[in-house]
Design a protein around this ligand. Structure first.
Ligand SMILES: C[S@@+](CC[C@H](N)C(=O)[O-])C[C@H]1O[C@@H](n2cnc3c(N)ncnc32)[C@H](O)[C@@H]1O
Length: 401
């Protein structure tokens, strides 16, 4: 069908914005800016519901599967930031890449460190290649979703980079579907759940006690892999696909069910005693999370802070530090309440680092950083006042002598 008269006559008021929602004609050459292809849409399941479409930017190696309203609002952000701002690549990004991809028996390919990687270094920043809604309404079936995924990959500049991630074949599904299902990470963008395929991150294997961790930025749609501890050349770089605080049994079940593999990481193949000790730690972490909050609510701040310290030391022991970042603000507040300004400052700084230390904060993150920054400055002023009072008191005593 020809472009609607509305589209043909008046250019959209905003170059990105209105074009997608008002001019979704597959035959109109200017209706799909900023995408390099006309959106490919399924027929809407009902006149009141928006259709699901593929939006591709081939040169950016990016395909989105979402509704036109979402594509023209939330997903504009990354485009407004292109070319990427300096923060897109963290200052501590290891360039050139400090790893190589090689075979790991029983796990397929994986990433091995090719030089020393210091804790806190960004090993890799990888922008998403296929970002698909995590859930579709009942009217959109498996076959339809498979069709959308096929188009999403075919339209990318180098579809073989995605197809090449396939390992098994079979399992009653197509190559693209298998790749997306076995390599995507659940991420949140604009309050909605998505499955994101990051072709370079996809080569990093899982470990239950990893030496690196992933952090997703909804602002740049990129995933960063950070070194959680110093990594030596020849060591495999691993991340964790499961949530913190799970016991080995729960992890094995989740990895099997969600990711479709039986974990053979060093923890899962360790002795019964070692695995038992790790399980006990993780169960304790889970119960301490509740205990810290309960004790704080009962006004038992000193006990709560002791429980928080114990929890953080267990988390460190289990190599899960990064997954607990949002917990730092709790001990920070508690230490402030009991008057330990030094420790309060340490934890508020950790909480701030969790947000702004890992790439892009996003709008909510920026507000939170401002809030934390004010608290940090307030504590620093209080500490300065204390120091001045102490110094004055000392001078007075010396004079009396
Ligand atoms: C995101 S990919 C990682 C890269 C993959 N090994 C490859 O060859 O491309 C996830 C797949 O790697 C394998 N894998 C990752 N971690 C593993 C682990 N700890 N134990 C066994 N297999 C693992 C599984 O086949 C899983 O489905």
């Amino acid at each position: 069908s020809p472009p609607s008269p509305k589209c043909a006559r008046s250019p959209p008021p905003h170059p990105f914005h209105a074009s997608l929602t008002t001019c979704l004609s597959p035959h109109s050459s200017f209706s799909h800016f900023p995408w390099t292809h006309p959106p490919y849409c399924l027929p809407p399941i009902s006149p009141s519901l928006p259709p699901y479409c593929v939006f591709t930017h081939a040169a950016l190696f990016l395909s989105l599967i979402t509704t036109p309203d979402f594509a023209s609002t939330t997903f504009l952000n990354p485009f407004l930031h292109f070319p990427p701002k300096p923060f897109f690549a963290p200052a501590r990004l290891a360039v050139p890449r400090p790893y190589a991809v090689r075979d790991f028996p029983g796990k397929g390919k994986g990433a091995v460190a090719t030089r020393n990687i210091a804790k806190g270094t960004a090993v890799l920043v990888d922008r998403v290649s296929v970002l698909s809604e995590a859930e579709f309404p009942p009217g959109v079936g498996g076959k339809e979703v498979e069709g959308l995924l096929e188009v999403a990959v075919r339209r990318l500049g180098e579809p073989e980079r995605v197809r090449g991630l396939a390992r098994r074949g079979g399992r009653g599904m197509g190559v693209v579907e298998e790749v997306v299902l076995t390599n995507s990470f659940g991420v949140e963008v604009g309050g909605r759940g998505f499955m994101g395929l990051f072709v370079d991150v996809a080569r990093f294997n899982h470990a239950c006690k990893p030496n690196a961790f992933i952090h997703f930025s909804p602002t740049t749609l990129s995933m960063t892999i950070w070194a959680a501890r110093d990594i030596k050349p020849g060591e495999e770089i691993t991340i964790t696909y499961s949530a913190a605080g799970m016991t080995s049994k729960e992890r094995l079940e989740t990895l099997e069910k969600v990711w479709g593999f039986a974990c053979t990481c060093s923890l899962c193949t360790s002795s019964t005693e070692e695995l038992g000790a790790s399980d006990a730690n993780r169960e304790e972490i889970r119960s301490l999370q509740e205990k810290v909050i309960d004790l704080a609510q009962q006004g038992q701040f000193r006990k709560s802070v002791a429980a928080a310290e114990r929890m953080f030391s267990l988390i460190e022991e289990e190599g899960l530090t990064e997954q607990m970042g949002d917990m730092y603000e709790v001990p920070a507040q508690l230490y402030y309440r009991i008057g330990d300004l030094y420790k309060a400052l340490e934890y508020f700084r950790k909480a701030r680092h969790e947000i702004d230390g890992y790439g892009v904060a996003g709008k909510l993150g920026e507000e939170k950083i401002r809030e934390l920054e004010e608290l940090i400055q307030q504590i620093e002023r209080e500490m300065e006042k204390k120091r001045t009072r102490k110094a004055k008191a000392k001078v007075k005593t010396n004079r009396k002598r």
